[in-house]
Design a protein around this ligand. Sequence first.
Ligand code: ZN
Length: 475
Amino acid sequence: MAEKVTPRSEDYSRWYTDVVQMAELADYAPVKGCMVIRPYGYALWENVQAGLDRRFKETGHQNAYFPLFIPESFIRKEAEHVEGFAPELAVVTHGGGEKLEEPLIVRPTSETIINTMMAKWIRSYRDLPLLLNQWCNVVRWEMRTRLFLRTTEFLWQEGHTAHATAEEAEAEARRMLDVYTDFAVNDAAIPVIPGRKSDTERFAGAVRSYTIEAMMGDKRALQSGTSHFLGQNFARAFGTQYLDRNNELQYVWQTSWGVSTRMIGAIVMVHGDDQGLILPPVLAPIQVVIVPIWRKDAEKEAITAAIADLRGRLTSAGVRVRVDDRDDVSPGFKFNDWEMRGVPLRVEIGPRDLAAGQVTLARRDTGEKFPVPMADLAARVPGLLKDIQASLLRRATEFRDANTHEVSTWGELVEVVADGFARAWWCGSAECEAKIKEETRATTRCIPFEQPGGTGKCVVCGAEAREQAIFARAY
Ligand code: ZN
């Protein structure tokens, strides 16, 4: 892999595609709009899944699986839902060589089919809350392809829950956003801004949508997870009812929430540099790579033995280790290769290290190199990985904060959203929001939960505003 990635300063979008392809996370599929997730990218996704799945289970959710095909009539039952999704649906009209009586939609999201089943399974208040999640793929037709960020088919999890009261459902929607925030911050080292979506950015069929928004390395925003309070919209469309304690029939209150393989795109763009990926240790498929350096066969034997011992001790310490014992490429080539793949720590062992009873450690995040006694390595590495994890989060937080500005005039808003996040008072009207979008290409990312309090003047119309919103150009 002698090729180099395009520098970010030259062309950020090409830098992104170069990194994703050269680090072998994903590739373009022979099918337009689709991607192939390669083993290294899939291993990263598996770690994302593990971090989220553990949190879902800790909060009482169970995994299930619903069909890929959804009868067209189901999608039509909730008016706003069908309107929102119609332009991006893939429809199956034939099966087994025959035209189908009713076309089947390849799932874009599963509220409709899950409600059909919930309506059957839920009888009384004793069956509530029903807390489900499914890991699956979804299809939303796309004209442009951007690996992990915008593809016709992508992987995700979708949580779907039913509750007896609006308060419980609302609390669930907020709790799952907290779960996403916790994952983003602590596992992906991505600082996010949790908040509410504006009405125009709301999920089709929801009463309220919540989101976590992150700043990428080019200062654009990426919606990194959403959670929706669905009210009774789907319950009424599908007749999802339960008998309450007074034996009266009530509609359930619901939520849905999702995080997709877009998260991989966020990890690439938040942490990566001109050498390639930088992976947060918690999610990195390989946390430490050991590169042996030798010239003579006699050296090889001693070094190989020392590495076998180190690998064993690191593995016992719970570290994910890879030994790069390829003998057809040079150590320098290996260094570049693993830097490209974002492995947090590299261990080098040459004859001189061996003689001194030490190894040379290199940090991917800072480029620092320093010797560590061999006997201390297994004890030192977990602490170093924690330190790298913390420093990535700190760096990303500082970058985001340095590029987020509170603005009070239209002129300031235009200037700030050209190269960062703007925080401004907004009266809440769709007209003011539309004007911002049309004239600056920035969209309302969210109305952050964290508000200064009091009131201010809308940055567009000057009317009294009770909330501030974040505006930015987004992926
Ligand atoms: Zn306004």
